[in-house]
Design a protein around this ligand. Structure first.
Ligand code: NDP
Length: 498
């Protein structure tokens, strides 16, 4: 991996770097306090320029481009991302504190999303209606919605912008993008990458800054036609309210409290690997975290023991050190929130099987893998998104019970089940309230497959064919070729005789 040095960034507007007018923001590695990036908060004036630029570029440069032209840009962007993967992985790692290898894999996976969106840019179609009569034909065409405001969270910054932006561009939309102020660097670098790939200036504009100021201004901007937001359910609801006032289309990818169900007849070694990965990837700071582990009673004690033994071996700390798999907690606020949940779990009567320990050292804040067993469905640690390396283990006897437990949540992002029984798997597929159900796997996500949640996990889908369609509207076109036959109002006023 290229080890880049700290860098000053600006907004990316109309194909060039442009200094924003707000206060200076410094981003430091949350694992060791080292300076990584600096940029300025965007003000209303900065957001206005970004939206106006996108509006003009949408009209004059991008909405009329052919699918082939859009596809070529996206394919070149995928290549450019791969060429700059080392630098991107460095900033991804340094701003979020995640392990370098994980950051690298996320950049590679992101490039595949750009590749896939390139194929979709040429495949966007509507329907035709050829059975309406000999002289009457109709069709639907998909048109880009306009300028999309794309707002992304801090935890998988490059992956999440890559789940949205190439799909918006494939559809013919222009965009104003606002990454989290905690992890803005790789999204800002996309400006340079897209220019190298031949995207016309102004089609993508990237504004840095805080959610409460710059993000909010963007949501409210009258020039925005669609809001595509990934983040917490709380801010997602705010985006939806603001979107309603402006009658904008709103697409939301929000929080989760995802259940991983392990049946006694499953391949238990694989289930164990997946449960560990699902629970502790990104130090548990993941929307898809398998934060509720549902174990069939007959295997619960033995599985819990193994899960705890393995989790205890995970090295926690600054990910610059060798062998560290769990990095820091992103900021003080989140660190304190997780610690509070550790206390809540104990107060509620759950059994702390592992962890519950935390520390601030060398400029970072760390929480050890924490496992609660004997968790009951009414407990807050079973119901609320904690967003940290905390797992709640619940037990069940029958599949029906497991499904009721899994569905006992306001969220519905994803769920997984491990079983050797096909009918149990099919029952789970049909019964689980979740946008994604994984059977004997967890956290897979090829670019072809749509992703999104139900309930308070969101509205809409991204990635796959649907990911492009999300950024379009449908226009219905009706054509009569055999002469118009007047309806009753025309007949009443005698126009039929004319
Ligand atoms: P937040 O909701 O705090 O922030 C998300 C984005 O919204 C950030 O860019 C943030 O800016 C911005 N923002 C904050 N307040 C406002 C506002 N008033 N108006 C406009 N924008 C605003 O989420 P986190 O970044 O903390 O991410 C964690 C959450 O995201 C978890 O709940 C997680 O489950 C969810 N998530 C969902 C995913 C999914 O696909 N369903 C994927 C990944 C995460 P800033 O950070 O600069 O304040």
């Amino acid at each position: 991996m290229i080890v880049a040095t700290a860098r000053d960034f600006r907004n990316w507007i109309d194909g060039a770097w442009r200094e924003a007018l707000g206060r200076q923001i410094e981003r430091r590695n949350p694992g060791n306090g080292a300076l990584v990036s600096r940029f300025r908060d965007s003000t209303a004036a900065d957001v206005n320029v970004a939206v106006a630029t996108a509006k003009t570029a949408f009209r004059t440069k991008w909405s009329g481009a052919t699918g082939a032209e859009r596809s070529a840009v996206l394919a070149r962007a995928a290549d450019a991302i791969r060429r700059r993967a080392g630098e991107l992985a460095f900033f991804e790692m340094a701003e979020s504190g995640k392990p370098a290898r994980q950051a690298r894999l996320e950049i590679e996976r992101s490039s595949m999303l750009w590749d896939y969106a390139a194929t979709q840019a040429r495949s966007l179609t509507g329907d035709s209606f050829g059975q309406l009569g000999a002289t009457y034909f109709a069709a639907t065409i998909r048109e880009p919605l306009g300028v999309a405001a794309i707002i992304t969270p801090w935890n998988f910054p490059f992956l999440i912008i890559s789940q949205k932006l190439p799909f918006a561009l494939a559809a013919g939309c222009a965009a104003v993008v606002k990454p989290s102020e905690l992890t803005s660097a790789t999204t800002l670098l996309l400006g340079e990458i897209l220019k190298q790939a031949g995207l016309p200036d102004g089609v993508v504009n990237i504004v840095a800054g805080s959610g409460a100021t710059c993000g909010d201004l963007l949501l409210r901007h009258p020039g925005i036609d669609m809001i595509s937001f990934t983040g917490s359910t709380k801010v997602g609801k705010h985006a939806m309210r603001v979107g309603a006032d402006g009658m904008k289309k709103v697409s939301l990818e929000l929080g989760g409290k995802n259940a991983q169900i392990v049946m006694a007849d499953a391949d238990l070694d694989s289930a164990l690997d997946a449960a560990l990965h699902g629970a502790f990837l990104n130090a548990g700071q993941s929307c898809n975290q398998g934060s509720r582990l549902l174990l069939q009673s007959s295997i619960a004690a033995a599985f819990t023991r193994k899960f705890v033994d393995h989790a205890a071996q995970l090295k926690v700390g600054d990910t610059q050190a060798d062998g560290v798999l769990l990095g820091p907690i992103i900021n003080k606020e989140q660190y304190e929130k997780i610690i509070q949940y550790i206390a809540i779990g104990q107060d509620e009567g759950a059994t702390l099987m592992l962890g519950g320990t935390y520390r601030e050292e060398n400029g970072g804040r760390f929480i050890d893998p924490t496992v609660f067993a004997g968790v009951k469905p009414h407990m807050r640690i079973a119901r609320e998104e904690i967003f940290g390396p905390i797992v709640s283990i619940l037990e069940f006897d029958t599949l029906d019970e497991a499904i009721s437990l899994a569905n006992d949540s306001i969220y519905g992002l994803s769920a997984g089940i491990w079983t050797g029984n096909v009918s149990a798997a099919m029952t789970a597929v049909r019964s689980l309230n979740a946008g994604t159900v994984w059977i004997n796997t967890y956290l897979d996500g090829p670019a072809e497959l749509p992703f999104g949640g139900v309930g308070e996990s969101g509205i809409g889908r991204e990635v796959g064919k649907l990911g492009v369609e999300e950024f379009t509207d449908i226009k219905t076109v009706q054509i009569r070729s055999g002469g118009y036959s007047p309806r009753w109002i025309g007949s009443e006023i005698g126009r039929t005789d004319a």
